[in-house]
Design a binder for this molecule. Structure first.
Ligand SMILES: Nc1ncnc2c1ncn2[C@@H]1O[C@H](COP(=O)(O)OP(=O)(O)OP(=O)(O)O)[C@@H](O)[C@H]1O
Length: 288
């Protein structure tokens, strides 16, 4: 399912003295099956854009087309339920939204609300717990007895239980330690590869953009100022710095090596790409 923005603008508190721009004239398509990263410094409009992906916000001007549903400023709030199921949102610190007595009940809550019989919803909960890499024992535990990282996985399982085709992630690894972060990013990549989920990721981690995304949107002051592949986006470090954005660690290291006389074209984004270009320059064996 593609999601297309056509000249979308969004104004917070429109028509009041407190009106403020969230999005300005954004036109783009998030393609079915893609892994799209949205980057931009604080206040650039990333969260506002995300909330248009499942019509939590409706454009002040322009249209958002989600699958075959066209959302405009006039769209009635009724009948948006199927969109909320199709586009699953994992908000920042999603674990704060857990509330049921057991993990199984928490994960089953969404499907039950959508009319799935309780018994089937609990069966699905067990499948979702496995999908997010948690042991089956957690099902009957209180979510509040789990670690922070496990709680976040339960919250993600609750979103996945709705069987979305698009998974929207707003800084999903915020607050996790490096090992927890890596595990979680690997999990999303597995869901993308194995379940064919379209992923939309807001992140400040440029390494994750380089490692996982196939498409990148760069936001600045509510505008979409650049889009392309990670390779295209990260080639111009000066342009990124102007937009208060950095490089993936490997690309930053390659740039420092350039100052020492090494040559890279294109700038490597992963360690394998760095090794490929560096080894011939230091007389080492070719990397494969
Ligand atoms: N509820 C709101 N009411 C009024 N203005 C808002 C509201 N939420 C966001 N804004 C404004 O809209 C603009 C875009 O904010 P948004 O939260 O989308 O940016 P962001 O890129 O997600 O930032 P961050 O990285 O800090 O989460 C900012 O100028 C912000 O101040």
């Amino acid at each position: 399912m593609d999601i297309t923005f056509d000249h979308v603008s969004f104004t917070y508190q429109a028509g009041t003295p407190f009106a403020g721009d969230g999005l300005k004239d954004v036109t783009t398509t998030i393609k079915d099956g893609s892994y799209t990263a949205i980057i931009g410094h604080t206040g650039s409009g990333k969260s506002t854009l995300l909330q248009h992906l499942n019509a939590l916000l409706k454009p002040t001007a322009g249209t958002v087309t989600i699958g075959d549903r066209v959302i405009t400023n006039e769209t009635n709030n009724k009948n948006l339920k199927p969109i909320r199921r199709e586009v699953g949102m994992v908000f920042q610190f999603a674990e704060n939204q857990l509330f049921e007595q057991t993990v199984a009940k928490d994960i089953a809550f969404g499907p039950t609300n959508f009319g799935v019989p309780a018994e089937e919803a609990e069966k699905q909960a067990a499948a979702m717990v496995a999908l997010v890499g948690l042991p089956p024992e957690v099902l009957e535990q209180s979510p509040f007895d789990l670690s922070g990282g496990q709680m976040r996985r339960v919250a993600i399982a609750g979103v996945l239980a709705m069987k979305p085709s698009v998974l929207v992630l707003d800084e999903p690894t915020a607050g996790l330690d490096p090992a927890g972060r890596a595990e979680m990013m690997t999990m999303f990549n597995r869901l993308h590869q194995e379940q064919g989920l379209t992923i939309v990721l807001v992140t400040h981690q440029m390494d994750d953009v380089a490692d996982y995304a196939d498409h990148v949107l760069v936001m600045d002051q509510g505008r979409l100022v650049k889009e392309g592949t990670p390779r295209e986006i990260f080639q111009d470090a000066d342009w990124l710095a102007d937009h208060q954005l950095g490089l993936p660690k490997t690309a930053a290291m390659a740039r420092r090596l350039t100052a020492q006389g090494f040559r890279f074209d294109p700038l490597p984004l992963t360690t394998a790409q760095l090794a490929d270009q560096l080894l011939p320059q230091i007389g080492g064996p070719a990397h494969d």
